[in-house]
Write a protein that binds this ligand. Structure first.
Ligand code: PHE
Length: 367
């Protein structure tokens, strides 16, 4: 019994002195492991008679429990100390300025797309998408542009080589001619087909036309807007776009006008101009007596609703389409559209936006 007491005492003292989790584990193995000192003592129980075994067994077990408890307590203590040390070492000073050496920049098109999305999200719009490779039916026919309609020529369409094998089996079926969508308007159709009204969406994305100069590139970006409900009228269209234009350009009393126009898929149709000045060859938004065309819009044509499976006697609404790249050029004073897609890092460093500067209405869109 004396052996046991002194062994227990020396183990407890050692446990208290131990300073690392690893050393503590070694100590546990040397006492309680298979070949440990305490375990060794337990093994002597087998050779004892019943009376002795009862007394010593109880004592061994009590010692074993004390040591195990001491090991656990010390382990918890060391763990807490290690955590404190790590927390002190890894502490982040949130009051320090953000890192400025980040190299990546957000492209103006992405930035403006985010800005537009933030504004319309605030008005209750959700974002819809459609494919870049579109069929003729969604891009034209369902938008009330039948085959041989002159509007098809105006769109400078990139047609894709017909899929000969496919065409055999699908001949005559709508949409066998594939093309690169010339506008985001086919997303109107796809969205209306995807579920019942009401609808309130915007659809940003890439569009393609065979055209290239200072202000045109074969690939460019549009945002489509579509609102379908029971009592929608031109007043809603006007209010919605007014709100949008003022928010995106950050000019609270921005001058604009709606001018009658024509699109096969809207009736009536209009184009929206915003007030600007071109004095000295410099374009300025929100001042002067000049006008700049900014978007196309109108009330969705009943035939388009029918094509998309919506009853025009119950539902009506408006649609609009505008060029994202053009807004980016205007808003951020970028002169040549072609540079947008040349992937020149120096250009991006100059016109791009910091990666952590996510546009939101709360922080302001016009910095
Ligand atoms: N799709 C038209 C274009 O690309 C724009 C537009 C969209 C006009 C929706 C009216 C309604 O020019």
């Amino acid at each position: 019994m004396e052996d046991l007491d002194s062994l227990t005492a020396s183990l407890l003292a050692e446990i208290a002195r131990t300073d690392s989790a690893a050393a503590l584990e070694e100590l546990r193995v040397s006492a309680l492991g298979k070949k440990g000192t305490i375990t060794g003592m337990m093994k002597t129980l087998g050779a004892m008679d019943a009376e002795e075994r009862k007394v010593k067994g109880a004592a061994f077990n009590a010692a074993k429990d004390r040591i195990a408890a001491a090991l656990d307590a010390r382990k918890a203590e060391l763990g807490a100390r290690e955590l404190d040390a790590r927390l002190a070492f890894e502490r982040v000073d949130v009051t320090l300025p953000v890192r400025h050496e980040a190299q990546g920049r957000i492209h103006p098109v992405s930035q403006v797309t985010e800005e537009i999305t933030a504004i319309f999200a605030d008005m209750g719009f959700t974002v819809a998408e459609g494919p870049d490779v579109e069929d003729d039916w969604h891009n034209f026919t369902a938008l009330n542009i039948p085959p041989n309609h002159p509007a098809r020529q105006m769109h400078d369409t990139f047609y894709l080589p017909s899929r000969a094998a496919d065409a055999q089996s699908k001949a005559g079926e709508k949409g066998e001619t594939m093309l690169l969508r010339t506008h985001t308007s086919p997303v109107q159709i796809r969205h209306m087909q995807s579920g019942p009204p009401p609808h309130r969406i915007i659809a940003p994305g890439r569009t393609y036309r065979c055209d290239s100069d200072m202000t045109h590139t074969p690939m460019f970006h549009q945002v489509e807007g579509l609102v379908i409900d029971r009592d929608i009228h031109m007043g809603h269209l006007k209010g919605c776009l007014e709100e949008f234009l003022r928010a995106i350009f950050g000019v609270p009393d921005l001058k604009y006008r709606l001018r009658p126009s024509h699109f096969p898929f809207t009736e009536p149709s209009a184009e929206m101009d915003i007030g600007c000045s071109r004095k000295g060859g410099v374009l300025k938004i929100g001042e002067g007596d000049d006008w700049l065309e900014i978007l196309g819009c109108g009330m969705v044509h009943p035939k388009v609703l029918e094509y998309a499976g919506v009853d025009p006697n119950v539902w009506q609404g408006f649609a609009f389409g505008l060029g994202i790249d053009r807004i980016a050029m205007l808003k951020y004073g970028i002169p040549d559209l072609r540079a947008f897609f040349e992937a020149d890092v120096r250009w991006l460093r100059h016109y791009g936006f910091p990666a952590n500067d996510v546009p939101s209405l709360a922080t302001g869109l016009n910095r």
